[in-house]
Design a protein around this ligand. Structure first.
Ligand SMILES: Nc1nc2c(ncn2[C@@H]2O[C@H](COP(=O)(O)OP(=O)(O)OP(=O)(O)O)[C@@H](O)[C@H]2O)c(=O)[nH]1
Ligand SMILES: [Mg+2]
Length: 319
């Protein structure tokens, strides 16, 4: 069913949660009206500060997110929360627990909570998440917190969407070694050792400090990722985490990094949309047996695979 996009965008702008939810559904469902939605949102985007939270399952991402929301709300900011589940094709299911943890914010009109499943989606997470972020941005969120749910290799992908990446660890989870393997030591702008009420928090901080210092040739003025200890469940250390975020934001602005990151992100976004469109088109050609008939020619020896690929590419790009 066709929707009046400009009216929806206007309503979202006024802060109507249902309009925001509706717009994100249009994104998630890859609605044919997506182009119209994005065109209407474009002039209103670019205001939100996007913070990504990643870390192993159960490390305390949702609890920390909720505590951060409280802090940002106290500072008078409007906040969007995007919980992305790259491992599930179903929206909502895996996020029931989060709903409970975010419950205290559910009735706050200055907070939008939205979950999004991206598995099985053409273009996947890299395609869907930035567009959902745009919706929240255009809806007037000053801050968008993006939490990844579940396991996967999407941490790096999520970090690529954020202005600031927060990587969470907890003592006794063997996280240090895992972290090195997963490459998250390269993506963190701020590190959090959560569950500092448990034994081994200081050891985890030391280990992390050591690993972050390895193989490092920083020049003066470079950002050195701070490590913040928190007990998110009791909102302890959240003030320090807020400070670290503010500092990183200020540093990025001062050094032109914010614009640089956003430009890189936009480039990646454009590329993803283009590649997704090409792949879709390629699928159509396959469906119309074009690929099949080319393959037959290659088998028969009348065409080499390179020439066949050229023909296929020509078919993809022709109008
Ligand atoms: N002891 C202790 N427990 C905590 C702390 N922070 C969170 N927890 C608990 O750890 C469990 C997992 O917390 P979540 O916030 O759901 O963790 P998550 O990283 O969002 O988990 P997933 O979304 O499933 O990956 C919950 O039972 C929290 O209450 C903390 O600082 N100390
Ligand atoms: Mg969670």
């Amino acid at each position: 069913m066709a929707v009046d996009v400009s009216e929806l965008v206007e309503q979202a702008r006024e802060g109507r949660p249902r309009a925001v939810a509706r717009l994100i559904s249009l994104v998630e469902g890859a609605s044919p009206q997506l182009r119209e939605v994005m065109a209407a949102l474009a002039p209103r985007c670019g205001n939100a500060y996007v913070v990504g939270l990643t870390g192993s399952p159960g490390v305390g991402k949702s609890t920390s997110t909720s505590a951060l929301v409280t802090a940002f709300r106290r500072a008078g900011k409007r906040v969007g929360i995007l919980a992305v589940d790259p491992s599930s094709p179903f929206s909502g299911g895996a996020l029931l627990g989060d709903r409970v943890r975010m419950g205290e914010h559910a009735s706050d009109p200055g907070v939008y909570i939205r979950s999004m499943a991206t598995r099985g989606h053409l273009g996947g997470l890299a395609w869907a998440a930035p567009q959902a972020i745009r919706v929240l941005d255009a809806a007037g969120c000053d801050v968008v917190l993006v939490e990844t749910v579940g396991v996967g290799q999407s941490e790096v992908e999520i970090a690529a969407q954020a202005d600031t990446s927060v990587v969470l660890l907890a003592p006794g989870m063997g996280d240090g070694i895992q972290a090195a393997k997963a490459g998250i030591l390269e993506i963190g702008d701020v590190y959090v050792v959560n569950k500092a009420d448990r034994d081994g928090a200081d050891a985890t901080v030391r280990e992390l400090n050591h690993m972050l210092g390895l193989g490092e040739a920083r020049s003066p003025g470079d950002w050195r990722p701070p490590i913040v200890k928190t007990v998110a469940a009791r909102s302890e250390g959240i003030g320090e985490l807020m400070e670290a975020l503010e500092k990183h934001h200020a540093w990025m602005e001062e050094h032109g990094v914010l614009t640089e990151r956003r430009t890189k992100r936009a480039a990646r976004e454009i590329e993803t949309i283009a590649v997704t469109a090409l792949r879709e088109r390629m699928g159509e050609l396959r469906g119309r047996k074009r690929l099949g008939s080319l393959a037959e020619k290659v088998v028969g020896g009348s065409l080499d695979p390179y020439a066949a690929a050229d023909e296929l590419v020509a078919g993809v790009t022709e109008a």
